[in-house]
Design a protein around this ligand. Sequence first.
Ligand code: BG6
Length: 491
Amino acid sequence: MRTDKNNMEPSLFVIFGATGDLSRRKLLPALARLDESSQLHERFNILAVGRYCLDENDFRATVRDALQAAGISAERSLSFVARIHYQPIFEGNDGDYQELAQRLTELDKLFDIPHNHAFYLALPPQALSSTVAGLAAAKLNRNGQGWTRLVVEKPFGRDFISARALNKLIHEHFDESQIYRIDHYLGKTTVQNLLVFRLANAFIESSWNRDRIDAVQITVGEEIGVDRRGEYYNSTGALRDMVQNHLTQLLTLVAMDTPASFSADAIHNEKIKVLNSIRPITTANAILGQYTAGKMRGKAIKGYLQESGIPADSQTETFIALKLYIDSWRWQGVPFYLRTGKRMPHKLSQIAVRFREAPIKFFEQYGCAGATSNVLIINLQPDEGFSFFFSIKRPGTTLGLERIPLRFQYADHFNGGIPDSYQALLLDILIGDQSLFVHWKEVEESWRIYTPVIDHPQKVNLYPAGTWGPMEANVFSISECALEMGCKTCA
Ligand code: BG6
């Protein structure tokens, strides 16, 4: 997490898969916005690497279109694309990597870059190994002069064994200190705020344990379906696509102990300790679902099996709810519910923390029956902020209770919106701060936790598009009320 604004050096940012969707929709717009806010070094350059023979100016023109589609002005786009260069490369061809090395040398010289190179692999999983091997064969993994960093997108493997194999290959050529495993959730301001919220507010942190907290629920609901990613999604499913990475990262930030310092190592250590303490999840504690045809915002929506690229008998889950336990002093006995799904009524990423009830329910008969606990709802997106529900006495001469929220919303307090998560993460790569990236041990441990679910496929329950998942999953949630920030009143 960047705390120092001044240690940016000139560098060359090499994007593999530069003609792909991620690069066009996320990486290049995020870099252009950093350029717009003068956060890049003036000698920062981008080498776009793709599998097509393209003229550099033609490539720049396509980037300009993509930037304008992302809302960046024509003038800004024009000046930004001057930083971009293009180099074709073909998978498995050693000569191409030699040419790439040559091109890097030329660009370093031309722009007086002290051999600082970041290689961003925005590639499909099957292309990762050959690219890492190609970089190493051309001796681009360590140049002995400036820094060399390797950025790897999720999914990192598809299970414990494949993740280990991929990591072994990468570690043959790159040290852990050079590797930036990216999880874009860690770049979201509201996710970073989790630590600030916990650690800068003493009354929260002193209550953040099994003595005060009764249950925690992490929900990432998405309105979108699988769109044009049917083939990828069908071989992945919600557990691998969302839980093993994004939701697990949220869980570690909610559950970790106070780190010894705010350094990357100290934060990683605490996150790893949480993962080490999670009991492997049994199949009884996992409910899977798949959406069927339904209605959303008055529009008919097709079911998962009717989406393009999905086999008619697919058993891939588009929804999953899990119940897990962390066997630590802080969290022993507190259930953590993780829930995510596609085609939910609306987008909602939220952490709900339910506190224990008062030991004696003096006021039960005066209102809020059955809902007397305090609930903290942290909204990660949309409506970024939090609400803390607590009971008050209703005005009037009689005793009546009502549960109301104390609310904070980023939009009410800060102008200018919240930066895109990739902006924060790309800056961290350039300054060499790994605290918002995922350590190998975190990846390894998270695959271990979910292995029992992966190895024992189970029933997939159906839910209509536009609902919060299958009924069967209701047992794995704090309450209907906490999900959706309902609970406006419970009297
Ligand atoms: C990606 C998943 O990692 O995260 C997608 O592959 C998902 O399936 C996306 O839609 C959600 O990200 P966000 O930032 O929109 O919540």
